[in-house]
Design a protein around this ligand. Structure first.
Ligand SMILES: Cc1cc2nc3c(=O)[nH]c(=O)nc-3n(C[C@H](O)[C@H](O)[C@H](O)COP(=O)(O)OP(=O)(O)OC[C@H]3O[C@@H](n4cnc5c(N)ncnc54)[C@H](O)[C@@H]3O)c2cc1C
Length: 453
């Protein structure tokens, strides 16, 4: 039986979620309509998806890495390092990589976009793996195939590192039309490069008034980044003498990290700019009226960056591997070895992971080296001892020249409570020029490791 017949249209719709979307919304989506029109045959557009992708024949066991972010890039490189016989294929839907870490410093004109931008081709070429620009639509773990918009790809091992998605429902915005408007007009800047470009334009062209930012609740991406961003936006407004008030609504009860440092920065550097409001649980956004509502108040704004709570990438759900106990739809994986429970050929890493490690690029990078070693060892019937990821995070608070604070931390598993706790931590909450320079040197070192020799 051919793969095309074996993998039925019905099954394809099930695993991509298209069938579910059509049923739940009660309205036909394009793919469903096309299928209904196609009497007696699979429409060409669908048939293309069900064919094998045109790729060179693998020269060893193929490992497909989905997502070319900090996690996927690191894993692809180190898989080849630990087992040169692997045929490694990295897939990303984007044509190029733009770093989120340090993007707040770019917003405040302290670095160029070139510094943050790198080519997947350079990474693949320098580290001897393949890169494919494609969108992954779903996974069939039984036949070990990953389905993309250019066809399916068979794998021996697969790593899913697709990052995060926003969860607008958790700030009271459930209507897809309102979600789209909110995303386009007031992007959070934590998922895609277009969001960052929109934000840069917003803050560069802001003429004055109330500029609203928020800190989401839950385990969101990069704990310090929303506070850092408030500082960088304030620094820019201050430098340009824009008469603006930055309203920072924190959905948490207080600053979550580098608390003393950020409080001091708000009070000493940006007293006339930043108004910090903790315990501000956002319950709705009035797009027409340009206002945010919380349980007790309404906050009008002239412009805003709205960062909703997050969840693991929807791809994890579409792959059918969500941990039912995870409020953020993270994958159901072994907490030490990262494979999907019951499947040692599929691994989930980076910000989609189920473990409560800080969602950071540095965390994903150090974890990625370990996971690559775990997979390489598994292929040889061996095991490696668990080691903690390392989280390192710089937060810029002042510009011209850039000045930053920093933290380094590790994790340990608490056998009494069965959860991961912070282990040794080193935090510097006094910002200075050395901190700013160290942040640039750190990023440069990371980019060199992921992209160059
Ligand atoms: C403003 C900001 C500042 C930050 N500052 C820091 C910092 O100072 N230090 C730090 O350590 N971390 C920082 N972070 C956090 C860091 O960026 C993330 O933790 C890190 O990017 C996570 O890596 P990842 O590989 O899991 O996800 P990502 O980097 O998001 O990569 C996921 C990749 O998967 C791809 N993808 C998703 N779905 C599909 C699909 N279906 N098909 C194909 N490809 C797909 C995406 O295109 C993307 O390239 C910051 C983040 C932001 C937004």
């Amino acid at each position: 039986m051919s793969d095309e017949k074996h993998f039925t249209r019905r099954r394809f719709l099930q695993f991509t979620g298209l069938g579910l979307t059509a049923g739940a919304a009660g309205a036909p989506v394009v793919a469903t309509a096309q299928l209904k029109d196609a009497v007696g045959g699979t429409p060409p557009a669908i048939a293309k998806l069900l064919r094998e992708a045109l790729l060179p024949q693998p020269k060893g066991a193929r490992v497909v890495v989905v997502g070319g972010g900090w996690s996927g890039l690191t894993i692809a490189k180190y898989l080849k390092r630990y087992n040169p016989a692997f045929d490694v294929l990295l897939i990303d839907k984007q044509p190029a990589f733009v770093s989120f870490p340090l993007s707040n410093s770019w917003l405040a004109d302290q670095i160029h976009l070139d510094f943050l931008s790198h080519s997947f081709f350079d990474a693949a070429d320098n580290h001897k793996y393949h890169f494919l620009q494609a969108t992954v639509l779903g996974v069939d773990r039984t036949s070990r195939k990953v389905y993309t918009d250019v066809g399916y790809i068979a794998y021996e091992y697969m790593v899913l590192a697709p990052g995060i998605d926003y969860d607008y429902g958790r700030i009271g915005v459930d209507d897809p039309e309102q979600q789209e408007l909110l995303f386009q007009h007031y992007p959070g800047g934590f998922v895609s490069t277009s969001e960052l470009l929109t934000i840069k334009h917003k803050i560069q062209s802001f003429k004055g008034g109330t500029f609203l930012l928020n800190v989401p609740s839950g385990d969101y991406r990069c704990t310090a980044a929303p506070y850092e961003r408030a500082c960088m936006v304030a620094a820019l407004f201050k430098k340009r003498r824009v008469r603006a008030k930055i309203l920072l609504l924190d959905m948490n009860t207080g600053i979550k990290i580098k608390k003393d440092g950020f409080h001091r920065a708000f009070d000493e550097l940006y007293k006339d700019y930043i108004e910090y409001l903790p315990s501000s649980e956002i319950s709705g956004v009035d797009l027409d009226g340009k206002a945010i509502t919380t349980e007790f108040d309404e906050y009008p704004f002239d412009d805003a960056i709205i960062y909703p709570p997050i969840r693991a990438s929807r791809l994890i759900e579409e792959a059918g591997i969500v941990n039912p106990r995870s409020p953020q739809m993270a994958a159901n994986t072994d907490p030490f070895r990262y494979h999907v429970v019951g499947d040692e050929h599929v691994y989930v890493t980076g910000d989609s992971r189920g473990q409560p490690f800080s969602k950071g690029g540095h965390t994903a990078h150090s974890e990625g080296k370990y996971v690559a070693e775990v997979i390489a060892a598994h292929a040889l019937g061996k095991e490696v001892a668990w080691r903690s990821p390392q989280t390192m995070c710089f937060s810029s608070v002042e510009i011209d020249p850039l000045q930053a604070m920093s933290i380094i931390t590790y994790y340990k598993f608490n056998k009494q409570t069965n959860v991961f706790d912070f282990d040794r931590t080193h935090m510097i909450e006094d910002w200075d020029i050395q901190g700013g320079q160290a942040s640039l040197a750190w990023a440069e070192g990371m980019f060199r490791d992921m992209f160059y020799r």
